[in-house]
Ligand binder design. Structure first.
Ligand SMILES: [Ca+2]
Ligand SMILES: [Ca+2]
Length: 339
């Protein structure tokens, strides 16, 4: 009987041709097959992993990726919010023709018309499955398919209105706050807004208000006319649910308290959007000054986040991303501002 070392096995040698050798050869074949299957499986897994990793890249490329730092959205954009599908929706007033205003959808870097038939759409917010936008003397509601209906018409208001501006979603999820600027046509002299303390400023009718409108169409006055805000523009809901107002003419950032309105910060004439983050910092834009501030929680100091805009309009705050999305109305763009 011939003995052959089973070098390949490294095990104890067995007689060639023995049944033990046959079993070992069979076992070797099985091991090799299993190894091959494992290799294929690993390769497949790797390919799957690569596929899953590359999927977002393909998606991002196909859908435009992240929000660009500056994006052209059309003629005279005013306000922006996050809405259906996590996309952003911006009011675009276009020209002065009746019915030429639109709401556009921003999906990644793609901009498309979402809803039509507005006159001068300004404030916009997303609540209860609807986009709500002001439109001069009425408030409109837009569903997920872009169908537009009237939530509140001019005659529905408890007092006369003149020029509706910003909109903010109520914390109850059932109502919106909107501003009526009041005597906005009387704010300006030949060289811009009348100086504070001038006879013309003192003569400015104090008829601006903040209204709360339920999604059922009910309307009430949330903040009545007040000399601190003859022409309120921006409205926001603070971290504790308190109302904030950007007073365009006086330049006051106002906050509603149990005792009434109080000035948080001043000297921001042309104030438009106002918001507050969960840490208490306030954010204010000035349409007239083309500037955006971050105001300390105690209101004692502020710093300019960015300026040089043609007209800093009604921004959308994304505090978790430490950014604002700001429409520059006269530039026709939406801009990302970071801090
Ligand atoms: Ca228009
Ligand atoms: Ca505004």
């Amino acid at each position: 009987m011939m003995w052959k070392p089973a070098a390949l096995l490294g095990w104890t040698a067995f007689p060639v041709g023995s049944s033990v050798q046959g079993i070992l050869q069979l076992t070797l074949m099985c091991i090799q097959m299993i190894a091959t299957i494992v290799k294929i499986s690993k390769l497949t897994s790797a390919l799957c992993l690569l596929g899953s990793l590359s999927a977002p890249w393909v998606l991002a490329a196909g859908h435009g990726g992240t929000f660009p730092d500056v994006i052209d959205v059309g003629t005279r954009p005013e306000s922006i919010t996050k809405g259906f599908g996590g996309d952003y929706f911006v009011t675009v007033m276009n020209g002065r023709e009746e019915g030429d205003g639109v709401v556009k959808r921003i999906h990644g870097s793609e901009v498309s018309v979402f809803a039509t038939g507005f006159d001068e759409p300004k404030g916009i917010c997303f609540i209860g499955g609807y986009l709500i936008t002001t439109d001069l003397n009425k408030v409109r509601k837009i569903d997920s398919r872009g169908n537009v209906s009237i939530l509140a018409d001019e005659d529905d208001f408890p007092v006369a209105i003149s020029y509706l501006n910003d909109a903010a979603a109520g914390p109850d999820g059932k109502s919106v706050y909107i501003t009526d600027m009041g005597a906005n046509t009387k704010m300006n002299g030949p060289y811009g807004m009348w100086a504070i303390g001038s006879d013309e400023a003192d003569a400015l009718p104090v008829i601006g208000r903040v209204f709360e409108i339920g999604l059922d169409g009910s309307i009430r006055i949330a903040i009545d006319s007040n000399p601190l805000m003859p022409c309120p523009n921006g409205v926001g809901v603070g971290k504790d649910g308190q109302l904030l107002v950007g007073a365009f003419f006086t330049g006051n950032l106002l906050e509603q308290t149990d005792e009434g309105l109080r000035i948080v910060h001043d000297s921001m004439r042309g104030a438009d959007a106002v918001e507050q983050d969960s840490e208490g910092y306030y954010y204010v834009s000035s349409w007239r000054q083309g500037r955006v501030w971050r105001v300390a929680p105690d209101g004692r100091y502020s710093r300019v986040l960015q300026d040089g805009f043609k007209s800093a309009a009604d921004f959308y705050l994304e505090a978790d991303k430490r950014r604002l999305l700001l429409p520059d109305m006269l530039a026709g763009t939406v801009n990302v501002i970071r801090w």
